[in-house]
Design a protein around this ligand. Structure first.
Ligand SMILES: *[C@@H]1O[C@H](CO)[C@@H](O)[C@H](O)[C@H]1NC(C)=O
Ligand SMILES: *[C@@H]1O[C@H](CO)[C@@H](O)[C@H](O)[C@H]1NC(C)=O
Ligand SMILES: *[C@@H]1O[C@H](CO)[C@@H](O)[C@H](O)[C@H]1NC(C)=O
Length: 252
């Protein structure tokens, strides 16, 4: 029989150990961001997504400016993603955002639409085979408005959005429908407000994001992710003011 004080101490230690085991459904999350410049550091949403993460959750922005689904592999960026998965899948709940299309869709890309579709599927399958969770993230909308149509931005990534959704269906994985949400948002706030997120001092770059645009659309991805995976909510510092603006069509 243990002395009373030891039984109390042991009991207290057990009681405090049990909630930590069951509190989060799984391990601490880690996020590896695969994509083109609309995800990358300096112009993409990726850093705005990672910044609110609460330690020990962490992530790496592996987005690459100019990348197609083919050049991302050829340039060694995809192997960076898979290396991170191999090194971390046992210790962390690993998620990989996959967001391509802006460059694949160019006639000079050397990637057909069919190859692009297949490459998205291959990325998702490889993430799964390495113990990670793919998040097929449809392309951030461009903020191009035809003249006289200030609430009707050109839907220039329509087919790429459908490819991301199809890749998720083919691999039984999750869609983060950033294209639909960002297009809806810029149409609600209108052309002038949407140009406030444009990259560069002259604000003429309607594809890439300035530092505030990174925060705004990074938050949009966080909110979309939490809708799909509610257990992840506790790992992100909330910004209710910003989320409220995003989902009520108010310029942020
Ligand atoms: C992987 O990508 C990150 C982010 O761009 C970079 O810091 C790191 O050096 C890369 N690692 C390798 C092995 O290329
Ligand atoms: C939006 O623009 C598209 C063409 O880009 C056009 O077909 C459509 O009618 C427009 N919608 C509205 C409500 O003006
Ligand atoms: C939260 O969003 C508001 C605007 O919606 C912004 O002013 C503020 O700086 C944001 N806070 C952080 C920590 O990003």
């Amino acid at each position: 029989m243990l002395p009373l004080w030891l039984r109390i101490v042991t009991g207290a230690a057990l009681a405090s150990a049990i909630p930590t085991v069951h509190h989060h459904k799984a391990k601490t999350p880690a996020f590896f961001l695969a994509g083109d410049s609309t995800t990358a550091v300096d112009g993409g949403w990726g850093d705005g997504f990672l910044a609110p993460l609460i330690s020990p959750a962490w992530g790496v922005n592996i987005g690459k400016s100019g990348a197609t689904t083919a050049s991302f592999v050829a340039g060694g960026y995809w192997s960076n993603v898979t290396t991170h998965l191999k090194e971390n899948a046992d210790k962390y709940d690993c998620y990989v955002t996959i967001s391509f299309g802006h460059n694949d869709q160019k006639s000079t890309s050397g990637v057909t639409f069919e190859q692009y579709q297949q490459n998205l599927i291959n990325f998702a399958k490889e993430v799964q085979s390495l113990g990670g969770t793919p998040l097929l993230t449809s392309s951030l909308t461009r903020r191009v408005f035809p003249s006289g149509q200030d609430h009707n931005a050109t839907d220039s990534l329509h087919d790429q959005r459908l490819a991301a959704i199809a890749a998720a269906e083919a691999t039984d994985s999750t869609v983060i429908d950033l294209n639909a949400a960002s297009l809806k948002y810029v149409n609600e706030i209108g052309k002038a407000a949407a140009q406030e997120y444009n990259y560069g001092d002259d604000k003429t770059d309607t594809t890439h994001l300035n530092p505030w645009g990174t925060v705004v659309f990074g938050r949009m991805v966080i909110d979309l992710l939490i809708r799909e995976k509610p257990s992840l909510e506790s790992w992100f510092t909330p910004n209710e003011t910003l989320s409220n603006a995003l989902w009520n069509g108010i310029p942020a």
